[in-house]
Design a protein. Structure first.
Length: 177
């Protein structure tokens, strides 16, 4: 989503409030590890700090579809995140004080691209190992059945050690002969 900032650049201190929907539904992130399940609703303010430096503050919301890391079923994550960013004009030469959690995106001319900035925050919010439920049973290693939905009948119980037999482990069988 390109935003024209011509007027904003005319004077420092000017700001622009925007409520927009970016229609990137179906867009894939991180090689398909996540897919946008809704439009991205953006509610932000852009402020001209100085010499073309534009600060963005606000929030965005969207659904992200990811696959459960155990059973591979799709699940939807509702994201509602705060956003802090800086659009830096090309050839900006002054030092910029680093600030934690603030994304930086360069821009040229008189428009900025929101998506480049929001995208970075999406990447941070994709969970490493998403789960559809805390106790997801995963897939049967024998037949691939989703064990949350049905019991395929395969014996998947981990071997249970009978505590009464524990001591036998230490017996050296050959010495008994
Ligand atoms: Zn699952
Ligand atoms: Zn099975």
């Amino acid at each position: 989503m390109q935003i024209d900032v011509t007027e904003l650049l005319e004077e420092t201190g000017h700001s622009l409030h925007l409520e927009e929907e970016i229609d990137y539904k179906g867009h894939e992130l991180q090689d398909g590890r996540a897919v946008l399940g809704s439009v991205v609703s953006v509610d932000v303010t852009l402020t001209h700090l100085s010499e073309g430096l534009l600060e963005l503050t606000g929030t965005y919301a969207a659904d992200l579809i990811v696959s459960c890391s155990r059973c591979l079923q799709d699940l939807s994550l509702e994201l509602e995140e705060e956003l802090l960013g800086l659009f830096i004009p090309e050839n900006y030469e002054q030092d910029i004080e680093p600030r934690e959690g603030r994304y930086r995106v360069e821009y040229t001319g008189s428009s900025v691209e929101f998506w480049r900035l929001i995208r970075q925050d999406f990447l941070v919010n994709i969970p490493m190992r998403p789960l559809c439920q805390d106790d997801c049973q995963g897939l049967c290693p024998e037949c691939g059945a989703n064990l949350n939905q049905n019991d395929c009948g395969h014996d998947l119980q981990p071997e249970v050690t009978d505590p009464r037999l524990e001591g036998l482990k230490d017996i050296d069988i050959e010495s008994n002969q």
